[in-house]
Structures are given as structure tokens and as C-alpha cells.
Design a protein around this ligand. Sequence first.
Ligand code: ADP
Ligand code: MG
Length: 166
Amino acid sequence: MLREDGRVALPDEAAMVDFGMRLAAVAGEGGVVFLHGDLGMGKTTLCRGVLQGRGHRGAVKSPTYTLVEPYETEGGKVYHFDLYRLGDPEELEFLGIRDYLDGEALCLIEWPERGAGILPSADLEIEIGVEGQGRWLAWQYNTAKGRRLADKLSSDDASVAQGDEV
Ligand code: ADP
Ligand code: MG
């Protein structure tokens, strides 16, 4: 549930997967989503939830060495990036980054900071931090598409909260 501090509490891994599935449900038109947060915060776990939400049934591995893992899902293309080991942002040009980001695909990008200067801005940025044994998560938008996404996430969240009260 969205709190007054603009964060949602995700007490365990299952809650993170669940949030990913909600993101998949509201991101039908695709877009670029940056995932901020230290190693071990649950960024890949969230991506697993998104892919599950899109109907992907196989494994989801961290594309730490390949930088990007493409998925053709029932809900459309999903590109999962992990730029942790990106040596130089210029490498993204060789990867043909724009072809990935410009289409209708949903692009999830871990460690977007490593691509600074070359990566275009995201529609939506998600930040994850530690809270007790679990995590907090917050989002902000930079574009009209991101705003639609954020609005849907927030209203979806309100209906989840209402459901809880019944
Ligand atoms: P990252 O990709 O950010 O490095 P991972 O997705 O690999 O992080 O997750 C690291 C660990 O955090 C995993 O053991 C995962 O189960 C755990 N984890 C993910 N989300 C949560 C959460 N909301 N609460 C507690 N543990 C979580
Ligand atoms: Mg990861």
C-alpha cells in the first residue's frame, strides 16, 4: 500500500515478485524503466515478477555478462538489462541501445547509472531500499508515458488497499 512518504513496503521476496506482476499489468504500452538500488535490493527479483506477469514461464537469469536478455512474452517484448559490468557508457552505442528503447518493448534496466550520458531518460524510475527484513520501493516519472504508468500503479495500489479493508 502506498504510504504518505510515497513508498510501498515489500516485506519479502514474494511481495517483490507481486509488485513486478503489478508493473507488468499496468505497462501494456511498454516503456523504459530504470531500477535503482544497491546489489541485493531485489531488482532482478522485480524483473522476474514482471516477466511472470507477462506470461514468461522459464528461468530469469541476471544478464550480468551479456548486458541484455531479450524475452518474447505473451504480453510483448521485454528487454532486461543489467549494466553493472558495463565498462564504458559508449559500449551501449555498439549494443544498439536505441533500437531496444525506441520500440513498443518494455525495457527494465538495472544499474542505469553505469550508462549515464548515453542512456536516454527513463519513462519511470524505481528506487528500492532496505526496510527491516524487507524493502521499501518508490517510483517517479519523467515522461507522459511514465506518468500514465505511475498513475495506474498508484490507483491500482489504492484498490489493493481498499480490497484489504473489506
Ligand atoms: P539485485 O538484482 O537488486 O541485486 P536480487 O533480485 O538478486 O537483487 O535479490 C537479492 C536478494 O534479495 C534475493 O535473495 C531476494 O530473494 C531478496 N529479496 C528480493 N526482494 C525482497 C524483499 N522485498 N524483501 C526481502 N528480500 C528480498
Ligand atoms: Mg540484479
